[in-house]
Write a protein that binds this ligand. Structure first.
Ligand code: UN1
Length: 486
């Protein structure tokens, strides 16, 4: 009953925002150059527009860079203001859930998780400010898949340490970003310390290749991270930090001692929650031969119970993918598998909206995947106990190292496999999405990111003025951040 009442409460808080039109525009410490606003579309319903966006221009980038000023107040005052912003986020949960659903296609459980994570970032960083000077001007470039949590996490880290932030949200989710920045300003963050520049990749490029920028936080594709690193090396002061969280090709190994019902639940959540649009999501499932047929039967049964549809509906498990381009990209991949007769299961699609049906595809192994498929597509391979070392080698050979899941009841195997797998986050006997700020910091290795992990103790120091020797060591790339696999 308590649960039902909570849902009713959420529903009531969201209701006034069902037909609201939000507006996104540059929020600068100066006057922006007016631009023609473009209409945004709800990915679940092409007839619904959540609002309009006026993008930032190159002139706006110049205005923002000239006006940016580090947040020179005592750390305790910054902490008070970031905590006040967290309070405002919580108070505005109805509006936040509504914009997340209508702009990003987020289901209610995803909205709850996203607000929780954003608030946790604000409070965690506010409570852990190091006694060091800020880097200076920090560009934060965030992805559409966590338009509130990752957007807020980057900004909160840069602000907590006293930087001036230039925030470039994903092109697909400017409305959520605009609302977030409005709340941060209302809580007391000065405009000079936090400016918003919605726009396409070229705005991000301008904000990462100007010598006035002292550091960059980026979450998105590995390809873009490599371009940013090159642009920074050419234009920025040597040692300027790049904190990148990028893609993954994440695997889970299930051995024959695992608890099968628990495994099926963990697989469903890891592969299909958020319509598979998390960089942490499970892409390739390895089942030990002895139990593979049983697990696959249960998994397909569990997929049948997934409710695919309007994310505004409380019962929906799986919403749309972000836009037409994303859908076309995923469907092209499924089409190849279908032609090769490898599709084991595919659900029915809703009549409209940019949906991709949760799909199960058989593969020989992870090396058959050429790229990260960012959607509700799960690949499954079988392995024999004697092949475990080869499976681990294949997973490491992808060059990525973001998340990894292991399901087993053998303690020795937990030890052995987690030492052998290269991944930033290894999860044992649970799902492999949903890192927790403070207790499970999130980040990748190798092609999956530079570290340090967000929501962990080493993150904030990277937003501070580097000590020169440390900076030289970092930049030499000795640890191989974003290096290609050897
Ligand atoms: C991402 O998908 O870009 O562990 C990051 C999770 C999230 C982080 C995912 N907190 O699912």
């Amino acid at each position: 009953l308590a649960h039902t009442q909570t849902l009713k409460h959420i529903d009531q808080a969201r209701a006034p925002w069902k037909d609201h039109r939000w507006q996104a525009a540059p929020l600068l410490a100066g006057d922006a150059v007016p631009a023609e606003p473009l209409r945004e579309i709800n990915p679940a319903d092409p007839n619904d527009s959540p609002g309009t966006t006026a993008s930032a221009s190159h002139a706006d980038v110049q205005i923002a860079l000239a006006a940016a000023a580090p947040w020179h107040v005592p750390a305790a005052q910054r902490a008070t203001i970031l905590n006040a912003a967290a309070d405002l986020y919580e108070a505005e949960f109805g509006q936040i859930f509504a914009v997340l659903a209508r702009e990003a296609g987020k289901t209610l459980p995803d909205c709850v998780a996203e607000l929780r994570e954003a608030v946790d970032f604000l409070r965690y960083y506010a409570a852990n400010i190091p006694k060091r000077s800020p880097a200076g001007r920090f560009t934060c470039i965030s992805p559409w898949n966590f338009p509130l949590a990752i957007f807020t996490g980057q900004i909160a880290a840069a602000l907590a340490t006293g930087n001036a932030v230039l925030a470039k949200p994903a092109e697909q989710t400017p409305l959520t970003a605009h609302l977030a920045v409005t709340l941060l300003h209302r809580a007391g963050v000065p405009r000079e310390a936090l400016q918003l520049l919605p726009g396409a990749g070229e705005i991000g490029a301008a904000l990462t290749s100007d010598p006035r920028v002292d550091g960059v936080a980026f979450t998105g594709s590995t390809e873009t991270a490599l371009k940013i690193r090159a642009a920074m090396a050419e234009n920025l002061t040597p040692g300027a930090p790049l904190i990148a969280e990028t893609g993954g090709l994440n695997a889970m190994i299930v051995d024959s001692t695992a608890l099968t019902e628990q495994v099926v639940q963990a697989i469903i959540e890891s592969a299909f929650q958020s319509a598979g649009q998390r960089c942490s999501a499970l892409r390739c499932l390895y089942l030990q031969e002895d139990i593979a047929t049983d697990v696959l039967t249960m998994l397909q049964g569990a997929m049948d119970t997934l409710r695919l549809g309007d994310p505004w509906k409380i019962a929906t498990d799986c919403g749309p993918v972000i836009d037409d381009d994303a859908r076309a990209n995923i469907l092209a991949h499924i089409a190849i598998a279908r032609r090769e007769g490898r599709v084991l299961k595919e659900l029915q699609l809703p009549a409209q909206g940019t949906f991709v049906a949760p799909t199960l595809i058989e593969v020989s192994g992870i090396s058959a995947l050429e790229r990260e498929i960012f959607g509700p597509v799960l690949h499954v391979a079988r392995f024999d106990a004697a092949d475990l070392d080869r499976v681990i080698a294949d997973i490491n050979a992808t060059g990525y190292g973001l998340t990894f899941g292991l399901q087993t009841r053998l303690d020795d195997r937990v030890q052995q496999v987690s030492e052998a797998i290269r991944a930033g986050n290894i999860y044992v006997n649970r799902n492999q999405i949903g890192a927790i700020v403070g207790s499970q910091p999130f980040g990748g290795e190798a092609l999956s990111g530079t570290g340090p992990k967000a929501g962990g103790p080493h993150y904030l120091p990277r937003f501070c003025a580097p000590d020169r020797q440390q900076a030289a060591d970092d930049w030499s790339g000795a640890a191989g951040p974003l290096s290609a696999p050897s």
